[in-house]
Design a protein around this ligand. Structure first.
Ligand code: ADP
Ligand code: ADP
Length: 226
């Protein structure tokens, strides 16, 4: 587990107006922060800078006690969950869950234990030997989350993970993420444009507008502000 410190972080795409302007967010160990705001306000850019998928124009990002501005994404000890869950189509669910750990030479019994634990948490037990094409959209999204969980990262980054799902599934997956959050307690930064998702999941909400923080606070304080 770890804190994430985003300190005066800006992003300017070649000569344009800043997409993100001097944003400060301190995410406590185990805290779940949801980023909301209108389309184009900089949510995805900010998340991608924390992930290391986008360079930081100025400011610093710390994960734990390490400044990660120049650290490769794979070495940041974070896991991302995207909306277009990229599962390997030719691998079973079990293999999809294990693959990243195998690449890191995690011992086999450890891999099996982590896969079993993730499968139990996400109720994927009955599907472990299926290929992704034989799963529903919600099950695939659960496998994508499972792949993040088995890594046991210091933090999770979510980029609108539920936005490709239909409304009913979104509601149930929202509940599932909430349960996971209680159970795993991992520091998280979650981007969404869905207000209910934000209300349900956030310990604190950050409202971005035009690349700047407009509001930051507990969900009820933000949404019921005068
Ligand atoms: P959001 O995720 O809130 O919709 P983005 O972070 O995607 O917002 O975009 C913030 C701003 O940066 C927008 O004005 C967008 O057009 C711009 N932008 C995003 N990605 C790029 C890019 N690769 N090159 C230039 N401008 C970009
Ligand atoms: P996989 O691509 O199957 O997850 P790899 O370890 O080969 O397994 O992943 C390729 C690179 O991407 C690795 O360096 C890994 O650290 C990183 N990576 C894989 N999955 C994630 C994830 N969910 N979030 C962040 N980084 C990831």
């Amino acid at each position: 587990m770890a804190t994430i410190e985003i300190d005066k972080v800006s992003k300017i795409y070649h000569g344009n107006v800043p997409a993100v302007s001097e944003v400060d967010i301190r995410i406590a160990d185990g805290e779940f922060i949801v980023l909301v705001g209108p389309s184009g306000c900089g949510k995805s850019t900010l998340l991608r800078m924390v992930a290391g998928l986008e360079t930081i124009s100025s400011g610093t990002v710390r994960i734990g006690d390490r400044i990660v501005n120049d650290v490769e994404p794979a070495d940041r000890d974070i896991a991302m969950v995207f909306q277009n869950y990229a599962l390997y189509p030719h691998m079973t669910v079990r293999e999809n869950l294990a693959y990243g750990l195998k690449n890191r030479r995690t011992p086999k019994p450890e891999i099996e234990a982590r896969v079993a634990e993730a499968a139990r948490m996400l109720e994927l037990g009955p599907y472990l030997d299926r290929k992704p094409r034989a799963l529903s959209g919600g099950q695939r999204q659960r496998v994508a989350m499972g792949r993040a969980i088995v890594r046991q990262p210091s933090a999770f980054l979510f980029d609108e993970p539920l936005s490709n799902l239909d409304a009913k599934l979104r509601v149930s997956m929202r509940g599932e993420i909430k349960r996971l959050q209680r159970r795993v307690g991992t520091t998280s930064l979650y981007v969404t444009h869905d207000q209910l998702e934000a209300m349900t999941l956030a310990d604190r909400l950050v409202v971005l507008n035009g690349g700047r923080i407009e509001q930051i606070g507990r969900p009820l304080d933000v949404y019921h502000a005068p």
